[in-house]
Structure formats: C-alpha cells, structure tokens
Design a protein around this ligand. Structure first.
Ligand SMILES: Nc1nc2c(ncn2[C@@H]2O[C@H](COP(=O)(O)OP(=O)(O)O)[C@@H](O)[C@H]2O)c(=O)[nH]1
Ligand SMILES: [Mg+2]
Length: 322
C-alpha cells in the first residue's frame, strides 16, 4: 500500500477528476522516480553516505535544479540525524514531506489567475516557437467558455505561417471570436482586438504572440510595443503575462525562463507536455531558478488536459506509488 492511500481521500469529490489528470500526466516521471528509489532502497537497506550520493544523482537526473538538490539532501541528512532514521524505507515519507517544503518555502503559492474587477481581463502569452502557446490558449478558451465567460482570441503571432489558421480553429471549437490581420504589425492587431473587446464587453482576452528569441532586442522591443498598446487601452493590463515552457526541453526551458524574465514582466508560467517527460522535477527547478509561480500545467494533448497547477496534486502524481 502506498503512502498516499489516505491522502487521496482528503480531496473533495470535484477535485478527484483533477487528481486523475495529474496522476495520468505524471506517469512517466513517477515510474522513473519510484523505480529508481525502489532500486536504491533495495541496494542500501540502511541510510549511509553512499545512499545519499546516489539519491542526489537520481534527483539531479529528474531535472530538479542542482542547488535545490544540494539543499534538499542537506535537509534530509539533518532530519535523519535528528529523527534517528536508520532504514532507507523510513526515509520515503521524509522525502515527500521535504518536497512540499521546497516548493512552498514559507510563501503563499499564488496559482490563481488575476482577473480584472471591471472590464476585460487581458492575458498575454509569450514563449519560443513550438512550446504550446497557441494550444494552451485554445485549452484555456475552452475552459473559460465552459464557465460561461465571453472570450476573445487575438492572433498576435503574425509571423509563423499557419499560426492564424491554428487560432481560428480553436475559435471555432470554443465558440470564441478571433481577431487577426495578415501581414499586419502584431501591436496593431492587438489594438484592433482590444477595441472590440471593450466595445463588445468581452470578459477575457487571450493574446497569442510570436516567439522569436533569436534576437532578444527585437523580441523585447516587440513585447514593449504590445504592452504599451495594451496599457493605453486598458489600464492595469495585461493582468497576466504567462510564459509557456515545454517540460520536455528540461534545462533549455529554464534558460528560456531566465531570458524572458529579463526582457518582460512574467507573472506566471505554463508548463506544457509534462506527460511527455520522465523529468517532472522541472517544476521545482523553475522555483529555484526564476521563482515565478507555475499557474497551469499541460498533462496531455486533449483540451481537458490543461490543469491549474496544484502542488499537492503534483506531489501526489509524482509519488503515489512510493
Ligand atoms: N503531449 C502534449 N503536447 C502538447 C501539450 N501542449 C502542446 N502540445 C503540442 O505541442 C505542439 C506545438 O504547440 P503550439 O501550440 O503550436 O506551439 P506554439 O508555437 O508555442 O504556439 C502541438 O503539436 C501541440 O499539440 C501538452 O501539454 N502535452
Ligand atoms: Mg503558435
């Protein structure tokens, strides 16, 4: 019986479905992690310096940042001493416990979207090509329209061939209006879209952008321009700037987060394709290296596979078989 058999029952009924999505989406990571810990615990029945060396290696391989791993191992060693833990099996519960502590780290974890009190809420999506920006916008539009919100999509990626078509598809599927302009400047498309959003009282505006990071200065200038237009038309907007990162790119994704943090004000991260990696520890690495809250996670390709990030469900998904 796993450590989480009791834990599962404390989730409310409406959260069960969410829990299953995390469970399924983190399967690869969990198998990898739980297997390795199982092998380790068989090799070393007792906790020893060699045990910790190998545990450290396993954690680093799962893409948890190196510094976080070092701190983590230090804390485990202290607890082993203090609580007089001898058997490696008894350390499992402490490992899970300390994982929560790293993420929460005495701060309130803000994963809620900052909705505007009046007028449209504007959410800008940024990130390099192929990470899943347009797909994420479609999935969020799906979620919001189901909640009864009036959603407008703006095709600010006027660069990538097919980007407009892709967004239009999502518009049809989610019954959301799409504003676009071929061969137009992105900020002028954003301008047109926001005028419509105001005139026609939309609740939420989701803005897609192009992610050419080859030239940081260009990208920065473009985002600045877009932000100026948004701020002029809707005070205090954008209410969120979400950076989309592909979990399967590991440390590369972390460097993207660092770069984007330097050029614009990122309020949250969407971590896509967690289902496609065995290195789900990247959530903790993001915490360590950029300290921006993960607000959504992509746990599969289907519309309902995008979920609001929840640390408890995430830890459950990673360790429930342990
Ligand atoms: N497995 C999986 N695939 C995803 C997820 N999110 C996006 N994708 C896929 O990633 C690819 C690129 O997505 P796209 O939205 O076009 O990226 P963009 O260039 O950033 O707009 C598409 O094939 C998506 O179906 C996810 O959470 N899980
Ligand atoms: Mg796109």
């Amino acid at each position: 019986m796993g450590l989480f058999s009791k834990f599962k029952n404390i989730f409310k009924k409406e959260e069960k479905e969410d829990l299953e999505a995390f469970d399924k989406g983190l399967e690869k990571s969990r198998k990898e992690f739980v297997n390795k810990i199982g092998i380790l615990n068989n090799k070393y029945k007792k906790v020893s310096p060699e045990y910790f060396d190998e545990l450290e290696e396993i954690l680093i391989m799962s893409d948890i940042g190196v510094n976080t791993v070092m701190d983590f191992i230090d804390k485990l060693k202290k607890r082993v001493k203090k609580e007089n833990i001898i058997n490696s099996e008894d350390l499992k519960e402490v490992i899970i416990d300390e994982m929560f502590i790293i993420y929460v780290n005495n701060e309130i974890v803000v994963n809620k979207i900052n909705y505007s009190d009046s007028g449209p809420t504007v959410i800008l999506f940024v990130g390099v090509n192929g990470v899943g920006k347009t797909t994420t916008i479609g999935k969020i539009a799906n979620k919001l329209t189901k909640e009864g919100k009036k959603v407008l999509l703006i095709a600010g990626d006027t660069f990538r061939a097919g980007a407009i078509e892709q967004l239009k598809e999502w518009g049809l599927r989610t019954n959301s209006k799409v504003v676009y302009g071929e061969s137009k400047d992105p900020s002028s498309v954003v301008y047109d879209g926001l005028m419509i959003a105001k005139d026609e009282s939309y609740d939420v505006v989701l803005i897609d952008t192009a992610g050419r990071l080859q030239n940081k200065v260009n990208l920065m200038n473009e985002l600045d321009k877009i932000n100026k237009v948004i701020g002029k038309l809707i005070p205090n907007a954008p209410h969120e700037t979400l950076l989309v990162i592909d979990a399967t790119t590991g440390q590369n994704g972390i460097s993207q987060a660092k770069s984007f943090k330097e050029i614009t004000n990122i309020t949250g991260i969407v971590l896509t394709k967690l289902d496609g990696t065995a290195k789900g520890g990247i959530v903790l690495a993001i915490k360590e290296s950029v300290n921006i809250p993960v607000k959504f996670v992509g746990l599969g390709e289907k519309e309902e596979d995008l979920r609001v990030f929840d640390i408890e469900k995430y830890i459950y998904g990673l360790f429930k078989d342990m």
